[in-house]
Design a binder for this molecule. Sequence first.
Ligand code: BV8
Ligand code: ZN
Length: 241
Amino acid sequence: MIAEALGGSGRLAVLTGAGISAESGLKTFRDPGGLWQQYRLEELATPEAFRAHPERVLEFYNMRRAKLSEVHPNAGHVALAALERRLEERFTLITQNVDDLHERAGSRRLLHMHGELKNVRCVRCAAVVPWTAALRLGDRCAACQGQLRPHIVWFGEVPFFLDDAIPAALAGATFLSIGTSGTVYPAAGFVAAVKAQGGLTAEVNLEPSANAELFDLQVLGKAGEVLPTVLEAIGGAQAPA
Ligand code: BV8
Ligand code: ZN
């Protein structure tokens, strides 16, 4: 059983993808009806797209930022926050998601490797600024007057925390992947990195991911239904810190 396997006194690194927010009402990217079936990724989620059609790109992220006020964390987000409170510094949550549902559920040891919808960034001085309204062309950085852009890692850009916090979280840890298709690198390579160090790997996903063969354990099901039981059992099986 996954809980006994993941229990113990070691550290746990969790990677989440769009699947964990699906039951909250946010679209995934690659499932039927997902964002990349409705829109062309190349026209919205690349630096080239922002240079060529800035208004179109800003509108896409404005729409997704506005949607956040209509959704709430689900039982999967809540279960992860509860496990964090139990494991404390032995726990790290790495998310590819740009929504804010993990933090609203109470997660704090959280790394947004692909950025956050609720922040924007200056293209000139890289200052990061909280932003809840629509972002318009002409909205400028208060410090240097540079154009503000979504604080999102687009395809071809380097994700955050790869130099320090993510390798530290993965080193010697057990790895649990939740609700991600395993198609976007470097995140899709984390499971191989953990396995190369001898760590145990598990995934919770609706369907097997593209790199399913790299997981020692697999639980197929909806994150919001599976995680409360599985994570409670993992927390219970952990030795005290
Ligand atoms: C980089 C932000 C260099 C914007 C995103 C060829 C081969 C290999 C790699 C490449 C290649 N060509 C290019 C690359 C690199 C490229 C890449 O991987 N491309 C792929 C597509 C081939 N990667 C990059 O460009 C990255 N940068 O490589 O920099 C570098 C790197 C390291 C060191 C030095 C240099 C940048 C990638 C960041 C891209 N940004 N988006 C936005 O949000 O608008 S990626 C986008 O996909 C999302 O942000 C998301 O984070 C990411 C992953 O998607 P998933 O979360 O997995 O979602 P998906 O829909 O695919 O899957 C959902 C899953 O949930 C499914 O499995 C489904 O079954 C499951 N599910 C559904 N419902 C539920 C559920 N599970 C549980 N419960 C449910 N209820
Ligand atoms: Zn600036």
